[in-house]
Design a protein. Structure first.
Length: 367
């Protein structure tokens, strides 16, 4: 089956009679250029703001990373990768922003200026053609009306009237030729104007097509780069090992702060039945979880709970007397302290060895 051949239309061959719709289309074309440029300006402003925000985020991320050890995967595979992604995105966004300005916005701005100048020229040229045609047409109408009037009043066939009619007729025929000639000039100029209008419209539409195509190509390229970076970012995040990071930190801490060797005197004092902590805290066996924690270290847990424990007297009675002195001090309460101490000594002598410590502490708490 033969393909149907569609005749190509044109402004000058098919729309000579429709100049007003053609002119209206050119006006709408200028508005469409303004609209696209306005949307493009908004996108450029948004990208500029986003790039500035990314730059601030990169600065904050760099400061955050400085507080984390470089040996931890949380930094090397996590925050470092995220910061690198922010830097890559900033670089890509800046390139995208510059491309929009140079390869899309700038050509469209030039097209807008050229298109506006062309439309102004077409309008002025059309006005001049119409004025020239109307001038010849007005002269023709005046002479025609004068000639018709003389012909109606030509009943008196004298020589003067005949001569006047011949003169007016000659002018009328001459003006008729001038008007026809001006009509041909007008048509020729209007055809040239319509051809220029069509060419200008094609340039505008091609410029818009190229600008939108370039814009979409930049967006596609940016999205492809971001997609690739996101895949690598997800793989990097999967390498974070929290267990390894914490275990490694503990090993390094033990190297810097090794476990102290236990003091035999402190162990014997804590395990002694006369110790004030016997019956309450019990002895501290040499087990792995408590090994090394004894009152001889300043950063020891037991030195925090029981400060100055290694300085306590070995005799229970002396220990309680020291507590009384700390509570009541010396002076007027000496007799009361002596009687109280005598009572405690008798109680201590009568109590079984296993209950003496508990009884002593209970008496202290009551006092």
């Amino acid at each position: 089956m033969a393909a149907v051949c569609v005749r190509r239309l044109s402004f000058d061959a098919d729309l000579v009679h429709a100049y007003t719709p053609v002119q209206l289309r050119l006006q709408n074309g200028a508005k469409s250029l303004d609209g696209v440029l306005e949307i493009l300006r908004m996108r450029i402003d948004a990208e500029t703001t986003f790039c500035a925000a990314l730059q601030k985020m990169i600065g904050c991320s760099t400061d955050l990373i400085s507080h984390i050890s470089c040996t931890e995967t949380l930094r090397s595979d996590g925050l470092d990768a995220l910061t690198s992604d922010l830097k890559n995105e900033y670089t890509q966004r800046r390139a995208f922003l510059n491309s929009l300005k140079e390869d899309v916005q700038s050509p469209l701005h030039k097209m807008k200026e050229e298109y506006a100048a062309q439309n102004k020229y077409f309008t002025n040229q059309t006005k001049q053609n119409i004025q020239a045609l109307k001038k010849q047409q007005t002269e023709f109408v005046k002479l025609k009306a004068k000639y018709d009037k003389l012909m109606r009043n030509s009943s008196n066939n004298n020589d003067h009237k005949k001569q006047q009619i011949l003169v007016i007729k000659k002018k009328f025929l001459q003006q008729q030729e001038n008007w026809k000639r001006q009509q041909h000039i007008f048509d020729s100029k209007m055809i040239s104007t319509l051809q220029a209008m069509e060419s200008s419209e094609y340039r505008r539409m091609n410029a818009l097509r190229d600008g939108l195509t370039t814009w979409s190509a930049f967006i596609t390229n940016l999205a492809a780069n971001r997609s690739y970076d996101i895949q690598n970012l997800a793989k990097s995040m999967a390498l974070i090992d929290v267990e390894r990071d914490l275990q490694q930190w503990m090993r390094q801490t033990l190297k810097k702060h090794p476990k102290p060797k236990p003091n035999p005197a402190d162990k014997e004092f804590l395990a002694s039945p006369t110790s004030p902590t016997a019956g309450h805290f019990g002895s501290f066996p040499d087990t792995p979880q408590h090994h090394g924690y004894h009152p001889s270290q300043n950063n020891n847990l037991y030195s925090i709970v029981l400060p100055g424990l290694n300085k306590q007297p070995s005799n229970t009675t002396e220990y309680i007397q020291s507590l009384f002195k700390q509570k009541f001090g010396g002076g007027g309460g000496a007799q009361q302290q002596s009687s109280s101490m005598h009572s405690l000594e008798n109680h201590d002598a009568m109590s079984p060895p296993s209950q003496r410590s508990t009884a002593d502490v209970q008496m202290v708490s009551k006092s």
